[in-house]
Design a binder for this molecule. Structure first.
Ligand SMILES: [Zn+2]
Ligand SMILES: [Zn+2]
Length: 316
């Protein structure tokens, strides 16, 4: 059933946090709401959802862009608390599991089988028994496995999929993670499209294409080039940030907005701003200059996502 028209007022994006200390954004349309990334503690995500009027009980799923800590810090705890599925690409999931269980000598296949057993036990309402040959439970049988999730779903970049009333189009982004993705969301029956594109070293053709015709765009504007060059980071980190698999500078975001952006957005949110290599005013100025005349004509208002405070929901 298409519930789009009925729930038209619920089309929204709520940026709970954006930056190198944590990312999380609620996207909702039709009767469906998802959380993109869970990079704050579970408690802080729930606190910010409450502050913005988002009801955690209405979240249908969590989607993960990539396995860096600022996108997954509260993931397991939140997913288990809300008992909702988590969507990853398989490579991102694998990297996340490795990151959290580096000492384990379990193969990925064995891990998936173990999780399946645990899920089945959970559904049957019995506590899974630690098996003797199970290295994950050998050392600390009392502790919940940090990678245990209530349900796990895989998606592939370039292949759209549905979560309830939301259609999700994941696209590959250039970033130094296993299989990083951005997302475009839209509710069939609605014409409104919302996109998230942060953590990318540059804007390749597939991203330019994905960001056509979007109404709300969360776009990275990570650093000011001069501030980064003169700033406190060691040279190796500066190189990483500046590389084609690092983060998008104000200038690169502005170039995209000037040359490739089609001017369709009601709102552009600049996100993942560096706290020591950027200033909100610099990011805003670069974007507004790039958008130029199109600002007043078609909406195109520019907001700045913040690290420590959630933005008011952007409603359409
Ligand atoms: Zn990040
Ligand atoms: Zn990242």
């Amino acid at each position: 059933m298409n519930r789009g028209a009925l729930y038209a007022f619920t089309v929204r994006m709520t940026v709970l946090a954006s930056g190198s200390r944590g990312n999380a954004t609620v996207v909702a349309a039709g009767g469906t709401a998802v959380l993109v990334d869970a990079g704050l503690s579970c408690r802080e995500i729930l606190r910010r959802m409450a502050a913005t009027g988002e009801d955690p009980a209405h979240l249908n799923a969590i989607l993960i862009t990539h396995e860096h800590l600022d996108h997954v810090a509260g993931l397991s705890v939140l997913a288990r608390k809300l008992k909702i599925p988590v969507f990853f690409t398989e490579a991102t999931h694998r990297a996340w599991v490795r990151m959290l269980t580096p000492q384990k000598r379990m193969s990925y296949k064995a891990w998936l089988e173990k999780m399946q057993r645990e899920r089945e036990a959970m559904e049957a309402g019995v506590e899974p028994l630690p098996s003797e040959a199970d290295p994950a439970t050998e050392e600390a049988p009392q502790k919940v496995c940090p990678t245990a999730l209530p349900a796990l779903e895989f998606f592939q970049a370039g292949r759209s999929f549905r979560i309830g009333d939301l259609e999700v189009n994941p696209f590959t982004i250039p970033h130094d993670a296993a299989d990083p993705c951005g997302f475009v969301f839209h509710a069939p029956g609605e014409s409104i499209r919302m996109a998230i594109a942060t953590d990318l070293g540059y804007v390749p053709p597939n991203v330019k294409l994905a960001l056509k015709n979007v109404d709300v765009l969360l776009l990275e504007s990570n650093h000011d080039l001069e501030m980064l060059k003169d700033g406190p980071y060691p040279w190796s980190v500066k190189q990483r940030v500046l590389s084609r698999v690092g983060h998008l500078s104000n200038a690169a975001a502005a170039e995209f907005l000037m040359r490739d952006y089609d001017g369709c957005a009601h709102t552009i949110v600049l996100g993942h701003l560096s706290e020591c290599n950027n200033l909100p005013e610099l990011a805003r100025l670069a974007a507004e200059q790039a958008i130029g005349d199109r600002m007043s004509l078609l909406g195109n208002r520019v907001l700045l996502a913040q690290q420590d405070v959630a933005l008011e929901p952007i409603r359409l």
